[in-house]
Design a protein around this ligand. Structure first.
Ligand code: SDX
Length: 380
């Protein structure tokens, strides 16, 4: 069969599905979840309410939301066998690798596949949304040599994660800021990790394998791993005075500036603007972070040098400053991104299997034909 469309590196601009889950206008800096502007959801909604909206396509009524929250709360704990498995992980291992392994391990405990059954779909959504934060927090405590703490049923989703991570109840502002940040990271049309989830889903495998695929994809520095790289960059720059020399050097070497640029946004990522405001709220209450001044100067310098290419801050540029202020270790930034993006990955899983056709693209062959096999004794 000949190709039906021209080759586009990285599938840039190529539609691979029809979806009603979220919408991005990269020229106007618009992001909507099921048509609702992200600014509205950040101000008025919660991560779990947006998760329900993304997956089932409507805002839950009071009863639906309370049932969803209660079910999540009742499934936060992880099997002791998974905890015991995680205790064998090396402390030096990256938390994204620990998350990918433990997410896949969930599939060992739950029924493989019953994809035509809405109850199975909901059970898988509840388990994954509920257990991923517990596993992220558990590895953090284990790698310090401590036993993980059990989830607290009296705390809401975001407060409970910060409690499990830091072993103390978070300040209400910190819990609210964290919840808004999860909401901002929940979904973003067909990004690399979501596409990975869709391709895996299209083979009709189980949702635990799908999430493990997506976690592996998210971890790369060009995608979700950028938030960790941004803080490393700001620490390396060290002062406002060093921003421009650093930028000049990177550009001379044709190196990318972490936290900037986007395949779709050619203006400032609307999520970056909201995250900046969240960071400022935290600084007002808990004290300013010197790296914020460096970040502001970097944004200014990059705008001067690269705005003509449509290079502006993306979601990863300011998120790390929020997470630092919340006491989250740098190498946990991307697992936190994964906690949020599980919502979008599951929404696309559900949408994919409702209209499934296995992904099998084609190629433009650039190799040779009818090549002679040369016995090893005759090879150079
Ligand atoms: C996320 O897709 C999503 O929605 C992702 C995400 C989500 O919510 O799921 O939004 C989350 O992954 C955000 C992106 C995080 N990654 C980074 O911050 C890493 C740094 N950014 C770049 O690697 C890059 O901008 C990408 C990967 C994000 C997008 O790259 P593209 O679309 O493939 O662009 P490109 O590499 O083809 O670059 C086009 C031009 C090039 O210049 P020219 O060769 O044409 O002269 O823009 C330049 C690039 O050199 N460029 C940059 C740059 N990003 C692009 N130059 C300097 N610094 C950068 N960051």
């Amino acid at each position: 069969m000949t190709s039906v469309c021209e080759y586009r590196a990285g599938l840039e601009g190529v539609p691979v599905t029809q979806s009603s889950i979220s919408f991005v206008d990269g020229q106007k800096g618009i992001l909507e979840y099921r048509g609702i502007p992200i600014e509205e959801l950040a101000a008025k909604s919660t991560f779990l309410e947006s998760t329900y909206l993304l997956i089932w396509g409507k805002l839950p009524n009071r009863q639906e939301l309370e049932e969803f929250k209660r079910d999540i709360q009742n499934h936060r704990r992880i099997k002791y066998r998974i905890r015991d498995m995680m205790k064998c992980f090396p402390e030096s291992g990256h938390p994204m690798d620990a998350l990918q392994a433990s997410a896949a391990a969930l599939g060992l405990f739950y029924s493989r596949r019953d994809l035509d059954n809405p109850v199975y779909i909901r059970d898988a959504v509840v388990r994954l949304v509920a257990k991923i934060p517990t596993m992220v927090a558990a590895f953090q405590l284990m790698r310090k040599g401590n036993d993980p703490v059990q989830p607290r049923d009296d705390l809401d989703y975001s407060a409970n994660f910060l409690y499990m991570l830091n072993e103390r109840e978070p300040d209400p502002l910190a819990a609210r800021v964290f919840d808004v940040s999860l909401n901002l990271h929940a979904e973003h049309t067909i990004n690399a990790s979501t596409f990975s989830a869709m391709v895996t889903a299209s083979t009709l495998t189980d949702p635990y394998a799908i999430i493990a695929s997506a976690v592996g994809t998210l971890g790369g520095p060009l995608h979700g791993g950028a938030n960790e790289e941004v803080i490393d960059m700001l620490e390396q720059i060290g002062s406002v005075e060093n921003v421009r020399p650093y930028l000049e050097d990177r550009l001379e070497r044709k190196a990318k500036i972490m936290g900037f640029g986007h395949r779709v946004y050619k203006v400032k990522d609307p999520r970056a603007t909201i995250l900046q405001n969240l960071a400022e709220q935290l600084f007002e209450k808990f004290g300013r972070d010197k790296y914020y001044d460096i970040a502001i100067e970097m944004e200014r310098a990059v705008e001067e040098k690269l705005s003509h290419k449509g290079i502006y801050p993306n979601v990863d540029f300011y998120s790390g400053l929020v997470y630092r202020k919340l006491g989250i270790p740098t190498d946990l930034f991307t697992p936190v991104f994964a906690i949020a993006r599980v919502a979008g990955w599951l929404a696309h899983w559900k949408e994919q299997i409702e209209q499934n056709r296995i992904f099998r693209p084609t190629q433009i062959y650039t190799g040779e034909h009818q090549v002679t096999y040369i016995p090893i004794e005759e090879r150079e």
